[in-house]
Design a protein around this ligand. Structure first.
Ligand code: ZN
Length: 214
């Protein structure tokens, strides 16, 4: 296990997300959300919405266009559909993260892997489950981030979903640039190598630069 450097500030949340589970939580401006791949090779599907107005949400297109690169690395600023900065990657021990591979769904599993996979749990269902608490539905789903997922793009433009480039204990740190709601699907996929064919738990930690409110 690789030990991550200690987060600055006060720890306001530290929890393990079980394998295959959804998760959501507010991340306030200035706070850092750390996501840790506890056992390695676990894809973490991820969406961001502005806390004050969820019509403002993560935009893969704007993020890619602004940095003129398809991969997310240390220094990448995650932009909204309005071009505003939502979060910045302040550190990661993984070479790059994906934001073009999309989220698995029962429908896409059926097309790719056969009808017997129809009843399997998938990321779209996790996102819908978490988003329902905020009144969001399918219309509010946008292209997501896949932390720790390896989606290389070949010279002819072909996308691969291959073995993860993550390993036990690798992490990504995101500093919120506005008040946010982060939504996670700890990917349940078992039909391709994105989770090493075995979904595993992850850990999330939020640190705050502010003193507790009395
Ligand atoms: Zn998935």
């Amino acid at each position: 296990m690789i030990e991550a450097p200690a987060l600055k500030g006060r720890i306001v949340l530290d929890e393990v997300i079980p394998a295959r589970a959804p998760w959501d939580h507010a991340v306030r401006k200035g706070e850092t959300l750390r996501i840790i791949d506890l056992e390695g090779n676990q894809a973490v599907d991820f969406l961001l919405y502005a806390l004050a107005d969820d019509a403002v949400r993560y935009s893969a297109q704007d993020t890619i266009a602004a940095q003129r690169n398809i991969f997310l690395r240390t220094g990448t600023v995650l932009l909204s559909n309005e071009g505003t900065a939502m979060a910045r990657i302040t550190g990661t021990t993984v070479a790059y993260h994906d934001t073009i591979g999309g989220a698995c769904s029962c429908e896409s599993n059926t097309l790719r892997y056969g009808h017997h996979t129809k009843a399997q749990h998938a990321c779209v269902e996790n996102f819908l489950h978490a988003n329902a608490r905020y009144g969001r539905g399918k219309r509010d789903m946008v292209s997501n981030i896949n932390w720790f997922m390896n989606v290389p793009v070949e010279a002819d433009g072909t996308l691969g979903i291959v073995d993860g480039i993550s390993a036990p204990g690798l992490y990504v740190d995101l500093e919120a640039q506005m008040d946010l709601v982060a939504v996670i699907s700890n990917c349940p996929q078992i039909n391709n190598p994105c989770n090493g064919f075995k979904p595993t738990p992850i850990r999330v930690v939020i640190s705050s630069p502010r003193a507790p409110q009395s």
